[in-house]
Design a protein around this ligand. Structure first.
Ligand SMILES: *Cc1c(COP(=O)(O)O)cnc(C)c1O
Length: 502
């Protein structure tokens, strides 16, 4: 009896009444708004040692009984505000992480509240249509054919994996989906990429059964761009040796220096040899919308597939990656299975995204991208991206003009430079080794200062400081402050380190 009553008048401990949700939500939004208002005054990254972070999390055991949601949300907000690296801070330029547009935070809340499962149209009709529109808009923004296939994924790695798998399925001369990589008589597949390619390529070759030896590294020129003539030669050699070239990976914006491969020339080589041309534009593809972008970005349109990360230069919160695939059937050909337990709408007018990629259940990642694209519009993105590139160029010029800084590279919105004491003769191995040590120490101190955040690159064995501006909050003054900080720390550290080192 008692049990029946409980089941009839069920009260779930996870439920929030609409009134409670409203009160908690308003309060949380207020806290977030205060946090956003205070971003610039906070340290870019906390300096707590790992033990302090573990201690702040506390309690090792799963709580036995429930706790009031308001207390939990307050505590969670405090923990996150105090112990996080703030990539929305105007002085964050580390790695390649976009400052997140606030509308993206609201979008994620809305998406989670409605919770469409974007695996199938029936489960998410409007969300699936919005995702398709988002893919089309991203294609339009970067100058890719708009009636293209594609979908949103977790990030650049996944987007690149999907291009890789579509290429393997389209170009392997046997049924790779059914026979796998051990098909009798199947020649070894070969993929071509420059040494500047992001490590997703190793993961892909490894995970998808080719092995990393299948990656042919094609040399680059002095500007870190793939050499098309060398590519052509390697393909011919490999064909002669009985292996099977299937894929060329160009990069539009390398991780280290933002270099853009000569995409039109690579596309021509692919055309000549009937290979799939994939472009990793995870970082740099959005720059194609800006008039000052490198002309080679026009070659994006020639690729069979392109990876783009909205969570980088489209400024949406993680996670959001996107892959565009020119042939509209290529993704279904690569991923589709139709199990008997899915009785989904067979209408041509619908898209079941579980057939287009590796995921089955899928969140509504597109919403934040869709909203951000509309809030700023093409014109807004063009301006933000162009200003990021101009700021990176301004940083290069500041470094170049400073007697104690050596400006190294500037491409897209990445600038590399290093501190070189004015009285030091560069070039000898001893001095170069010292400069590496010195600049490593400077990087460490910059990060720990909380005043700015940058990362590094290694260019021809030189350890250089690297700032990547994918941050709509950065101003010229912020970069002038970075230069002053690096010079001050450089002088201090040089005084402390040089006597022992040289
Ligand atoms: C960031 C990046 C990746 C990886 O993307 P994630 O979103 O981190 O998975 C791949 N390639 C390039 C060029 C990148 O900049």
């Amino acid at each position: 009896m008692n049990e029946e009553k409980e089941l009839r008048e069920r009260s779930a401990p996870i439920e929030l009444t609409p009134d409670a949700f409203r009160a908690l939500g308003h309060r949380l939004v207020d806290e977030i708004a205060d946090f956003l208002a205070s971003l610039a005054d906070r340290p870019v990254t906390p300096t707590d040692p790992p033990q302090a972070v573990w201690a702040a999390v506390g309690e090792r055991n799963l709580p036995e009984t429930g706790q009031p949601p308001g207390v939990l949300l307050d505590r969670a907000a405090r923990l996150l505000f105090q112990h996080s690296l703030l990539n929305g801070h105007p002085r964050f330029w580390g790695y390649i992480i976009g400052a997140p547009a606030p509308i993206g935070a609201l979008a994620d809340c809305l998406a989670a509240a409605v919770n469409p499962n974007c695996g199938g149209w029936d489960l998410a009709p409007i969300a699936s249509a919005i995702e398709a529109q988002t893919v089309r808009w991203i294609a339009q923004l970067v100058g890719y054919p708009e009636d293209t296939g594609g979908l949103l994924v977790s990030g650049g790695n996944m987007a690149n994996f999907i291009g890789f798998l579509a290429a393997r399925r389209a170009k392997a001369p046997w049924d790779v989906r059914q026979k796998g990589m051990n098909a009798p008589g199947a020649p070894p597949l070969r993929v071509y990429a420059s040494p500047e390619t992001h490590t997703w390529i190793q993961k892909a070759a490894d995970l998808f059964g080719l092995g990393t030896d299948a990656i042919r590294q094609v040399p680059t020129d002095a500007a870190h761009r793939m050499d098309p003539a060398a590519l052509n030669r390697r393909i011919q050699e490999d064909r002669k040796a009985g292996t099977c070239p299937f894929l060329v990976v160009g990069t539009a914006g390398t991780v280290s220096t933002g270099a853009v491969d000569p995409l039109p020339e690579l596309a021509a080589v692919c055309q000549e040899h009937d290979l799939w041309f994939h472009v990793d534009g995870a970082y740099g593809a959005p720059a194609a919308c800006a008039p000052e972008a490198p002309a080679d970005l026009a070659g994006l349109a020639l690729a069979d597939s392109v990876a783009i990360d909205p969570h980088k230069w489209l400024y949406v919160p993680v996670e959001a990656g996107c892959v565009l695939v020119k042939h509209p059937d290529a993704l279904r050909d690569t991923f589709s299975y139709r199990p008997p337990y899915y009785h989904l709408d067979p209408d041509e007018a619908v898209i079941h995204y579980y057939e287009h990629g590796p995921q089955n259940s899928r969140g509504f990642r597109a919403l934040k991208v869709w909203l951000a694209l509309q809030q700023a519009g093409r014109e807004g993105y063009r301006r933000m991206i162009q200003e990021d590139m101009r700021l990176a160029r301004a940083l290069y010029r500041l470094a170049d003009a400073h007697p104690e800084l050596e400006a190294c590279t500037h491409n897209l919105s990445i600038t590399t430079f290093r501190f070189v004491p004015a009285d030091l003769e560069v070039g000898t191995p001893r001095v170069e080794a010292y400069l590496n040590t010195l600049n490593e120490a400077i990087l460490d101190r910059v990060k720990r200062s909380g005043a700015a955040y940058i990362s590094n690159a290694v260019l021809a064995k030189r350890f250089v400081l690297r700032a990547c501006v994918v941050n709509f909050r950065t101003t010229l003054g912020d970069l002038e402050a970075l230069v002053a900080l690096v010079v001050r720390l450089g002088r201090e550290l040089d005084a402390a380190l040089r006597p022992a080192a040289l």
